[in-house]
Design a protein around this ligand. Structure first.
Ligand code: HEM
Length: 497
């Protein structure tokens, strides 16, 4: 009898406790006077996320547009209160001025056993800073210049096969090939190509089940852990760990001493430590251990970031140009002038192709691979007078901001001229982010895309295939901004050179 009473009491206390948690999670923005839509218990403002019909960024877009006069708005991502920034000064505050309060991405996507868990993207605090300082040396001007010839050669190799159409798969294979050669100094064996390409595409396969797992990993990490959910299937995780391990071991066995990313990782692994220096006296403050898994995580992170985001950028740039004969003509004129000036392709020549770079920037404005940036505050703080408790999530909806007519008039129009003279507010165009956490591969990705576009436009006339229907729609279950599987982008190519 007593046991039954105790059990009933425990259930009642549990229910009250749970109701308080839910109630508290729903009143966060009201208490702070931040405008928001009324949340639904447990689902917050994300009820229709579970219908798989709309992409996440749709909710940031919706709340951004609903309160046009606010500098920031509140949102409930299920039970997580999230602040969505609208004002570019506040964005600068979070990304740069108050970076030390908002240094990390917070709980996001990757479970502890994932190869990505130890990657720099997921790292925080001083470990992140030490690793970032170490990896930065891979992207110096000298390094970019030295990888240019092999990168340019890979683009030509694809185009010399005389393709009649350009499609996403060809570009993701190209991105993998150029990346392996430039960063790891490795040519993929012909016999291994098909398997690597197929498995790499599977990393980003946008299925509803993958999307569900990734949603639970981000918003309900304890439940995801209990259910043993993973960011990507275990067989893929193991496969890529093994590939990255082989690449690093091959570098050691070959005793080659190349000046590339693989070398940085191999050295780090051999030294077994990374130093963290004191900012004032420049002496070693702390060290942290570098395991083989940590080196592999950084190798995979670059592969992961390099492949999908860059191939999508190449695809969207080609698609935007395919719809504008004028822009193509202007780009071809520039290619001719620049190649004449430099006597052919070189890193310097491509860097001088300002109009093509503007086409790439304009594409990044309209179709940024990542549609939002995320941060958490790592201490209690306030933004614009609003008090935030440690752990509050911040979203910078870059896609929406870049498509806001206030920042870019007539935003649906592909107009590279906007970038020819430089833009007024650099915090209104953040496809690679900004500040200490800015994308490490920014220079590499833009150089690769500009080089590919120059070769492509020099040799082919582009037109959008009638099979691709406009306006483009995006796959709601994909991590990056990806064309809908039922309406893929196809570009018809006609050789002109
Ligand atoms: C079009 C291609 C790409 C786009 C649009 C892109 C965009 C981004 C964005 C928005 C972030 C998040 C930054 C933040 O949270 O503030 C990021 C992070 C990162 N990206 Fe990229 N990226 C691209 C290609 C690459 C490539 C090719 C590499 C490597 C070679 C790379 C390496 C990284 C790394 C390592 C980070 C994490 C930086 C950190 O947390 O310190 N990305 N990227």
């Amino acid at each position: 009898m007593l046991t039954l009473e105790l059990l009933t009491l425990a259930v009642v206390v549990g229910l009250i406790h749970f109701s308080i948690i839910i109630w508290k999670s729903m009143t966060y923005w009201k208490e702070r006077g931040v405008k928001h839509h009324t949340p639904v218990p447990i689902f917050g403002n994300f009820l229709s996320v579970i219908s798989f019909r709309k992409h996440f960024f749709h909710y940031y877009d919706k709340v951004y547009k609903a309160f046009p006069n606010e500098r920031m708005v509140g949102l409930y991502e299920f039970m997580t209160p999230t602040l969505v920034l609208r004002d570019t000064q506040l964005i600068e505050h979070v990304l740069i001025r108050e970076f030390s309060t908002f240094p990390d991405h917070g709980s996001f996507l990757f479970e502890p056993s994932s190869v990505m868990y130890d990657s720099i993207f997921n790292m925080s605090g001083i470990r992140w800073r030490a690793l970032r300082n170490k990896l930065l040396i891979t992207f110096t001007t000298g390094k970019m210049r030295s990888v240019f010839p092999s990168l340019s050669e890979s683009c030509l190799q694809l185009l010399n096969s005389n393709p009649k159409t350009l499609e996403r798969e060809m570009l993701s294979d190209l991105a993998i090939r150029t990346f392996m050669e430039s960063m790891f100094g490795t040519k993929i064996l012909k016999s291994a190509e098909a398997e690597i390409y197929t498995k790499a595409r599977k990393i980003f396969e946008p299925t509803w089940w993958r999307y569900t797992q990734q949603t639970l990993l981000t918003y309900f990490p304890k439940l995801a852990d209990f259910l043993h959910l993973t960011f990507m299937p275990k067989h893929l995780d193991n496969y890529f760990r093994s590939i990255m391990n082989t690449i690093l071991n091959q570098r050691v066995d070959s005793m080659e001493d190349r000046n590339d990313y693989a070398q940085v990782l191999v050295q780090m692994r051999e030294q077994k430590k990374l130093n963290i220096y004191n900012r004032e006296n420049k002496k070693v403050d702390q060290t942290f251990d570098v395991t083989n898994d940590l080196a592999i995580a950084q190798a995979f992170m670059f592969f992961f970031a390099g492949m999908d985001a860059t191939s999508l950028l190449m695809l969207y740039t080609a698609a935007n140009l395919a719809q504008s004969k004028n822009c193509q003509a202007k780009a071809r004129e520039e290619i001719k002038t620049v190649l004449h000036k430099y006597g052919g392709y070189s890193w310097e020549a491509v860097r001088d192709m300002k109009y093509i770079d503007s086409c790439v920037q304009e594409t990044l404005r309209m179709q940024p691979s990542l549609q939002f940036l995320n941060r958490v505050c790592d201490k209690d703080t306030s933004i614009d007078g609003v008090k935030l408790v440690k752990g509050t999530r911040i979203i910078i909806p870059i896609h929406t901001i870049q498509m806001d007519p206030k920042n870019f008039p007539n935003p649906e129009k592909f107009d590279p001229e906007r970038f020819m003279e430089g833009i007024n507010d650099k915090f209104a165009h953040l496809p690679f982010s900004d500040g200490p956490r800015v994308c490490l591969g920014k220079r590499f990705a833009t150089m690769e895309t500009t080089t590919f576009m120059a070769h492509l436009l020099e040799n082919f006339e582009l037109s959008l295939s009638p099979e691709t229907k406009l306006p483009l729609k995006y796959q709601p279950t994909a991590l990056f901004l990806t064309p809908k599987a039922t309406n893929p982008i196809k570009i018809d190519l006609k050789r002109i050179n």
